[in-house]
Write a protein that binds this ligand. Structure first.
Ligand SMILES: [Fe+2]
Length: 256
């Protein structure tokens, strides 16, 4: 299905929905208020998809640009009347039906003008490769509109509008959120565990005992910057006291 076929299908569906609104009665699953709401959504979805995917290309050409002004004015009036009817409580009354009938005629007339005017001209001036790009954009706008309604989010935030899979993007975001939550919980648990640990008494050094490590031990088993040997040494290695940090060291103890 090419772009123009998609547009024509939308027009036919909307006109048919208008007829259903007029035929509908007050109650039941397909009541008039519900069908009118559905029409409102479908009409706005179609208008927006055309305005975002097709109209920018039409605005670039002098031959189609003039149609857009007239098209915009008609849509403004249709939207105003839709809003006015949506706010009226007498949706099942005769006056409402009469006013809606006029609006349905206006919608049908606008579609006829669009199909016979700007669309006919656009078929001859838009290149096939650009037409395919526009078709993809039109399709994405409609899918994004459906998903935005389902997720109760703005249409501009829907990944499908930009060609990404909404399910995949939302799945990745959910995964990142789950990992972040798990990391936060783990961090809090560790923090709580360390705060509950009993305090160890501080070991005091005996007076006079040298904290220094022996020179051999410092190189073999001691750790930490304070115990690191300073190479190269000048002169023989001499033990300077009991090795405080090296269990492998067998250097003589006591001050030299
Ligand atoms: Fe249209």
């Amino acid at each position: 299905m090419d772009l123009w076929q998609m547009v024509l299908t939308d027009h036919a569906n909307i006109v048919e929905l208008c007829r259903e609104v007029l035929r509908a009665t007050g109650g039941g699953p397909n009541d008039r208020a519900g069908l009118f709401e559905e029409l409102d959504v479908e009409l706005e979805r179609h208008f927006r998809a055309e305005e975002r995917a097709i109209h920018p290309a039409l605005a670039r050409d002098d031959r189609t640009r003039s149609y857009l002004t007239e098209l915009g004015q008609e849509r403004q009036e249709i939207r105003r009347r839709m809003d006015e009817l949506a706010g009226r409580p007498d949706v099942n009354g005769r006056d409402w039906a009469q006013d809606f009938k006029q609006l349905a005629g206006m919608i049908s007339h606008a579609f006829t003008l669009e199909e016979g005017g700007v669309m006919t001209l656009a078929r001859t001036i838009i290149e096939p490769h650009e037409l395919d790009t526009m078709r993809i954009a039109y399709e994405r706008e409609k899918i994004a509109s459906i998903e935005a309604r389902r997720w109760h989010m703005p249409q501009a935030m829907m990944p499908s509008r930009y060609g990404a899979s909404t399910g995949m993007v939302f799945g990745i975001l959910a995964g990142v959120a789950a990992v972040g939550t798990a990391a936060l919980l783990w961090s809090q648990t560790r923090q709580r565990a360390s705060s509950n640990r009993p305090l160890r008494p501080i070991r005091r050094r005996r007076a006079g005992a040298s904290p220094a490590t022996c020179a051999r031990g410092a190189g073999a088993g001691s750790r930490g910057p304070s115990a690191a040997p300073s190479w190269p040494r000048s002169g023989p290695i001499r033990p300077t006291g009991r090795c405080a940090s090296c269990s492998r060291c067998r250097a003589p103890t006591g001050p030299s």
